[in-house]
Design a protein around this ligand. Structure first.
Ligand code: SAM
Ligand code: DTB
Ligand code: SF4
Length: 323
């Protein structure tokens, strides 16, 4: 019998999963999901944009890239107290993970990074899983984050190796993999996924998931974002994709990485209530929770809580606070 967790997926195999009739795909995704997770629990992760806008990179999807006229102004790194307050409120609202994002190309040693390390320390002390996404980093910076109590580092590969250059030219796909290696070497869990709906083909989606699934170990967390079409970015007028194609990507991610938390990430606002339900049935077991992602809107906490009630789903609980 083939094991559930594999690291030797071929591109043909992954493409074949995308080509399955929907009922077959759904059955396989759901069976694996139930074998490795409680299907009634979804993790709520709250995002905080600790360093907004002004980014030197040219990622074609991103409202925070300084070179596009998106209306997002560059701002300095938030104060420690403001972020810790946000984390406390997120926990009270039911989140068990707090993710802090910075619009940086890479981490630079100095006062700003020292403040981020403080943020990690304090959020960890609140009993929350702590994740940061700060761009590229070195082995030593990863080690310092680990020491401060970081649970996870988010660094998306975003798309296939072949399509990467169509969307981003200021760094290479290989740079992303290098950062993921530093994160893993430091003993931090890996959060890495990508974006669907940037004009890529099914083969690109298959290739992106194949790269993630052939990392050993698999990323513990895999965010699947649907492109949020931000005015002013090169991808502002991209044709929206068929929700079924987005859902297929979620299901294939679940099949390839059965133990990972698969996150129904950006783009939830453009999905119908029923498509969101299907995403949970196909193996998504984590969402971004709170009315804003980094710069764009997300469903409100009330809306998500109401849907959870209707479906009988419950949030994963944060770990109890030490006395
Ligand atoms: N600057 C760091 C980096 O790029 O790694 C961290 C922040 S960056 C905003 C984190 C991720 O957000 C990107 O890798 C991308 O996957 C996602 N993202 C950014 N803009 C998006 C958009 N308009 N729609 C969907 N996902 C987006
Ligand atoms: C991820 O995969 N998606 C999040 C988080 N990791 C950092 C970011 C989504 C950003 C959507 C566009 C915005 O709000 O600026
Ligand atoms: Fe900068 Fe990250 Fe946005 Fe790219 S995705 S422009 S690196 S903030």
């Amino acid at each position: 019998m083939t094991p559930d967790v594999r690291h030797d997926w071929t591109l043909d195999e992954v493409e074949a999963l995308f080509a399955l009739p929907f009922h077959e795909l759904a059955w396989r995704a759901q069976s694996l999901h139930r074998r490795h997770h409680d299907p009634g629990r979804v993790q709520l992760c709250t995002l905080s944009n600790i360093k907004r806008g002004g980014c030197p990179e040219d990622c074609g999807y991103c409202p925070q890239a300084a070179r596009y006229h998106t209306g997002v102004k560059g701002e300095p790194l938030l104060a420690l107290d403001a972020v810790v307050d946000q984390a406390r409120r997120a926990r009270e609202a039911g989140a068990s993970r707090f993710c802090m994002g910075a619009a940086w190309r890479q981490v630079r040693d100095g006062a700003a990074f020292d403040r981020v390390l403080e943020m990690v320390r304090e959020v960890n002390a609140l009993g929350l899983e702590v994740c940061v996404t700060l761009g590229m980093l070195t082995d030593e910076q990863a080690r310092r984050l680990r020491e401060a109590g970081l649970t996870a580092y988010n660094h998306n590969i975003d798309t296939s190796p072949g399509y990467y250059g169509e969307v981003i030219t200021t760094r290479r796909f290989e740079d992303r993999l290098g950062t993921l290696r530093s994160v893993r070497a430091a003993g931090i869990t890996v959060c890495s996924g990508g974006i669907v709906g940037m004009g890529e083909g099914v083969l690109d989606r298959a290739h992106m998931l194949q790269v993630l699934a052939n990392l050993d170990p698999h990323p513990e967390s895999v965010p699947i974002n649907q492109l949020v079409r931000a005015p002013g970015t090169p991808l502002a007028d991209q044709e929206p994709i068929d929700p079924l194609d987005f859902l297929r990507t979620i299901a294939v991610a679940r099949i390839l990485m059965p133990k990972a938390m698969v996150r129904l990430a950006a783009g939830r606002l453009s999905l119908s209530r029923e498509s969101r339900v299907l995403a949970y049935l196909l193996g998504a077991n984590s969402i971004f929770y709170g009315e804003e992602l980094l710069t764009t809107p997300n469903p409100t906490a009330d809306e998500d809580r109401a849907l959870f009630m209707d479906l009988g789903l419950a949030p994963l609980q944060p770990r109890p606070l030490a006395k």
